[in-house]
Design a protein around this ligand. Sequence first.
Ligand SMILES: [Mn+2]
Ligand SMILES: [Zn+2]
Length: 253
Amino acid sequence: MTTRPIRLLHTSDVHIGGGFRTPDDGDHHDHCLCPLVVIEQQVKAHAVDLMLVVGDLFDHQRVTRDLVDEVLGRLGRLGVPCVVIAGNHDVHDDRSIYVEGVAEQAGVIFIDDPDGDTVKLFDGALHLWARSMPIHDRSFRPLRGLPPRPDPAAWWVVLGHGHLEHTEDDVYGRSSPVTPADIEATGADYVALGHWHVRTDASTENVTAWYSGAPYGVAASHQMNLVDLHPVHGVVVGSVPVELPTEGCLPAQ
Ligand SMILES: [Mn+2]
Ligand SMILES: [Zn+2]
């Protein structure tokens, strides 16, 4: 591996628009943007190169266009590239909130192709693949249909929002399944997963894969993954805490 070091911050399941009134999380209003404030702080504090939001950025498709514009606009102004994919709560179907051009105008990279798309970043030092979720059922396989590793000298990062089936007998018929074999077959340096709200190591023999867990809300991990892709140290996965006030929402900065 001859490529440059890249540090990424990985979150998912932010569920903006869902409200956050839980005993642990304090009194946050329905359109609480506190997780975005944390993203902005952590990107700066840790000199992050790339932000990943791996599905369910929004809680539902009834959020207003103004809220979508505000959230994507802030992600687009992080000062680093930000890649967003759809999840089952903000699925990219004919009622998608990610209408044509909305992410582009905001300066966010939204992967909208259900067959998958590769994005090249940092002058080709990192190649990233994901497919958009057009439907959340058993037919949708988040990590299938990707091309072979495009450039052995570049980092290869794959994103997917779905349910991990650990073993053959751990098949409950959940939608958007991901198997360890799917993860292994990506050949990726890092697979960034979303959908589980608990931070989980899903790595296989040769592929590092993690759920970041949700930053906030019921049963959340209150963490984001901080991942170093390093030519000498390899792929190092750490986490940063999501510490939010219990006394109402953080002001925008
Ligand atoms: Mn989900
Ligand atoms: Zn809040």
